[in-house]
Design a protein around this ligand. Structure first.
Ligand code: PLP
Length: 433
């Protein structure tokens, strides 16, 4: 079997492999005994012992519903939950703790803005500027908002190498643009978008900006005040935290002026049989019992990330990505989606003309123990634009190693030799997504 030797790895850019010991799941074996190689981190990450212990510690010692009780456990839970909010506030450098709304995830956060801000502010003919590389979570809520309000959606295209076409952005941004919603990092291309430039231009045109930080907050330092973003959304499960919790950051004045999205307990100040008044921030946007334990787990995840350091994590992932990118680029017939490594974070998606992504994922799992993603990664319009229906995505995090990348490459070469040996053209399988 051909094994490709990419340019040597710069080990000084890598984090110590010993931090893998913090992640119990990484010593699992899969598919009949292969050591697990987890390269599906853009979908969801694994948790260190510190997060697992924080979560089970709450259930073992302090759990109760928050905000409502006068008893000891409710006070303890409330304290931990509100401490988690302050942790998130510091993590993204928000000015006020009440600008941090706990949601169920990025999807919930974006829907909250599209429903609450969108319905209250968008008028027929107003434009919402999105990009063609958005995750469905940052497309569909705006399609729904447009259908309700008569607003018009515009989409910034990408350049041939998979970066945002900023010349097109300049042309599409007009006085009619009321809102810009853009991902900081594409979950399919890995591209890092120029958020500071986008925000400055959008504000100059009188538009607000929401940043989908689902793929950036876990991997890059985030500073909402330096970027001056109006809204920011991200998920706990993509940054070593539990699933079921996410964050909506919004500037105080904007959140204050927005009507609540969901109605129910906690979000009220006073209720009569026929009307209610809203609670102050952040409760106004946290109807019902909030994600108490996931938020406390997310706080432990932030502690962990900060201890390792976001800049060091980014450096580690960039080096692994460069290594993987250079090796994959040497495989004949394989097409890497997105820009060269200097414009991307820690993921590489690829397609191969004669082999469906599912075949890559299946063989990589079954014969190499490598977990990757196959499909459209919730970016169907982007895949359509790229002329494909699916791709295979390897996404890295702080615990991945160059040896795991070697195994991925070995697996990809094996799949190629298995399904599309040189000189033989296998009948193309009909893609199913
Ligand atoms: N936005 C991007 C860029 C994503 O990658 C994802 C998840 O893959 C989401 C939004 C949705 O996140 P969640 O499923 O946690 O709501």
């Amino acid at each position: 079997m051909t094994v490709i030797a990419p340019n040597a790895i710069d080990r000084s850019a890598l984090l110590p492999a010993s931090l893998r010991d913090d992640f119990p799941i990484l010593s699992e074996h899969v598919a009949g005994g292969h050591p697990l190689i987890f390269l599906d981190n853009a979908a969801s990450t694994q948790r260190p012992r510190q997060v697992i212990d924080a979560v089970s510690g709450v259930y073992e010692r302090t759990y109760a519903n928050v905000h409502r009780g006068i008893h000891t456990l409710s006070e303890l839970s409330t304290e931990q939950y509100e401490h988690a909010r302050q942790k998130v506030q510091a993590f993204i450098n928000a000015e006020h703790f009440h600008e941090i709304i706990f949601t169920s995830g990025t999807t919930d956060s974006i829907n909250t803005v599209a429903r609450s801000w969108g319905d209250a502010n968008l008028r027929p003919g107003d434009e919402v500027l999105l990009t063609v590389m958005e995750h469905h979570s940052n497309l569909v809520p705006w399609q729904q908002a447009a259908a309700r309000t008569g607003a018009v959606l515009k989409h910034v295209p990408i350049t041939d190498d998979g970066r945002l076409d900023m010349e097109a952005f300049d042309q599409l941004l007009t006085k009619r643009t009321k809102f810009v919603a853009v991902t900081e990092v594409s979950n399919t291309l890995g591209t890092i978008n120029p958020i500071a430039e986008i925000v400055a231009k959008a504000h100059a045109a009188g538009a607000l900006v929401l940043v989908d930080a689902a793929q950036s907050a876990p991997h890059l330092p985030t500073d909402v005040r330096a970027l001056d973003v109006d809204f920011l959304a991200f998920s706990g499960h993509k940054m070593l935290g539990p699933s079921g919790v996410g964050v909506l950051y919004g500037k105080e004045a904007l959140l204050d002026a927005m009507p609540p999205f969901l109605g129910g307990g906690s979000m009220i100040n006073e209720v009569k049989l026929d009307r209610f008044t809203s609670a102050a921030l952040p409760a106004k946007f946290e109807a019902g019992t909030p994600p108490i334990v996931p938020a406390i787990g997310m706080s432990a995840a932030i502690d962990y990330l900060e201890q390792v350091g976001l800049a060091a994590i980014h450096r580690h992932e960039r080096e692994l990505t460069r290594y993987a990118y250079e090796a994959l680029s040497q495989i004949e017939g394989l097409r890497i989606l997105g820009p060269s490594p200097e414009y991307r974070t820690g993921l590489v998606s690829f397609s191969f003309d004669r082999i469906h992504a599912h075949e890559f994922a299946q063989v990589l799992n079954d014969q190499f123990g490598v977990a990757v993603r196959a499909g459209h990664h919730c970016t169907q319009p982007l895949h359509t634009l790229l002329g494909i229906t699916a791709s295979t995505r390897a996404s890295f995090y702080l615990y991945n190693t160059p040896e795991e990348v070697d195994r991925l490459i070995e697996g990809v070469v094996a799949v190629q030799e298995m399904f599309a040996p040189k000189g033989r053209h296998r009948k193309r399988r009909k893609p199913d997504e």
